[in-house]
Design a protein around this ligand. Structure first.
Ligand SMILES: Cc1cc2nc3c(=O)[nH]c(=O)nc-3n(C[C@H](O)[C@H](O)[C@H](O)COP(=O)(O)OP(=O)(O)OC[C@H]3O[C@@H](n4cnc5c(N)ncnc54)[C@H](O)[C@@H]3O)c2cc1C
Length: 371
């Protein structure tokens, strides 16, 4: 019987496993893919995550990007050098996620990859987890199975306040890029943006929309955008994936189990940043389950409260700003982004130097028509 079984070996699961194993708990990670596995993602990581670990991420940082460039319909550019102490990290997710799991394994966590969870049953005081490789038992469960995983439903979270968004990503491999510029394009797609994030050996180029609307031809948009960088994306494999955006306060715990990462709908509705909040929720989940294992009966309730207070309260501001910005993006681009302070603020938020709450008053005033 494990102290905790974690389903999913992404950033949320890897983080929870690392911290629980470090506490001396017996931990098993179950992952349906074989590691390292591909995950459609821009791979832009906030350097703020460093504060939650005692090891160095340098081996898996492909590029440190210190410049943000934004465009509208591939013109009208604004480019700023970030003034943050540490630039934004660019990673390949297969490498980054596997590294995190390997750090957890070094602390004693066990991994069974190629092992899909097929169902769960609560047995009076523990969980039985049925997998493609047999059944396993654990006292606590962490559902870290991402946007598409089945765990939240199985745990009884049926009526969740989640808001789904969609994105398409392609990884272009080239010789050496030498680029440290993060590109955001706002005019080509409605209700979202197109991005080009540099990697040492290529780019991640993708498109996402965050507040719904009519269907759009993502492939065509990506092809057109890729051409502006002399990249032929029609020859690269393109991967679609859902995003679970934070959509208001939510309960994230149940009997001996918690939701973490995108299974907990933690994604920032303005930028679609999901790695940092997934890691944060993995950390908080590990702390809560550690306390529950030591007999604290309120520990899992507290996890829900901490996530709503610490992350959710700022995401409420992000959602407000996103609602205004993406509804009138041309105005938003002009008044919010075109001036150099716009991308600079975006960079500070991404790097964890500022919270949305710090800039919301000013941003909402600027983005409100005739406000
Ligand atoms: C196109 C795109 C671009 C993005 N770009 C960025 C970005 O640049 N920066 C950023 O911060 N965020 C980005 N995000 C968001 C980010 O990728 C996610 O929020 C993040 O990966 C969530 O981490 P996680 O650990 O919760 O889940 P995941 O990373 O999705 O991992 C979940 C794991 O669970 C496994 N799993 C699922 N079901 C089962 C099962 N039944 N049994 C066993 N294992 C299972 C999956 O195989 C997977 O490995 C992007 C998202 C998309 C779609």
């Amino acid at each position: 019987m494990y102290d905790c079984i974690i389903v999913g070996a992404g950033p949320a699961g890897g983080t929870a496993a690392y911290h629980l194993a470090k506490q001396g708990r017996s931990v098993l990670i179950l992952e349906k893919e074989s590691l390292p596995r591909y995950k459609p993602c821009g791979g832009g990581v906030s350097p703020a995550i460093a504060q939650w670990f005692d090891f160095d991420f340098s081996p898996v940082i492909s590029v440190k990007a210190n410049t943000i460039r934004c465009t509208w319909n591939m013109g009208d550019p604004v480019e700023v050098q970030l003034e943050t102490p540490e630039p934004v990290w660019m990673v390949r997710r297969d490498v980054f996620d596997h590294f995190l799991v390997q750090q957890a394994q070094k602390q004693g966590a066990e991994l069974k990859d190629n092992t899909e969870v097929l169902g769960i049953e609560f047995k009076s005081d523990h969980w039985q987890v049925n997998t493609s490789n047999g059944s396993i038992t654990g006292r606590y469960l962490i559902a870290a199975d991402g946007a598409k995983g089945p765990m939240a439903k199985w745990l009884g979270f049926k009526e969740r306040k989640r808001r789904l968004a969609g994105a398409l990503e392609a990884e272009a491999t080239t010789q050496v890029t030498n680029s440290n510029i993060i590109d955001f394009e706002f005019g080509l797609v409605k209700n979202g943006y197109v991005w080009n994030f540099p990697k040492a050996d290529g780019y991640s180029i993708g498109v996402g929309t965050f507040i719904g609307g009519e269907p759009q031809d993502f492939k065509k948009i990506l092809d057109e955008y890729g051409k502006s960088f002399n990249i032929n994306l029609s020859t690269c494999k393109q991967y679609g994936h859902a995003l679970c955006l934070w959509n208001g306060e939510q309960t994230l715990h149940t009997q001996n189990a918690v939701l973490a990462g995108e299974a907990a709908c933690v994604v920032d509705p303005m930028t679609a940043e999901g790695i940092r909040p997934s890691i944060y929720s993995g950390l908080k989940a590990s702390e809560a389950i550690g306390k529950a294992l030591s007999g604290d009966v309120n520990a899992l309730d507290n996890y829900t409260n901490v996530m709503n207070e610490e992350w959710g309260s700022d995401m409420a501001w992000a959602a407000k700003i996103a609602g205004l910005f993406y509804r009138f993006p041309k105005v938003g681009y002009k008044v919010g982004i075109k001036r150099p302070s716009g991308p600079q603020l975006m960079g500070k938020i991404l790097c964890g130097e500022l919270r949305y709450g710090d800039v919301a008053g000013r941003a909402i005033k600027r983005l409100t028509p005739f406000g």
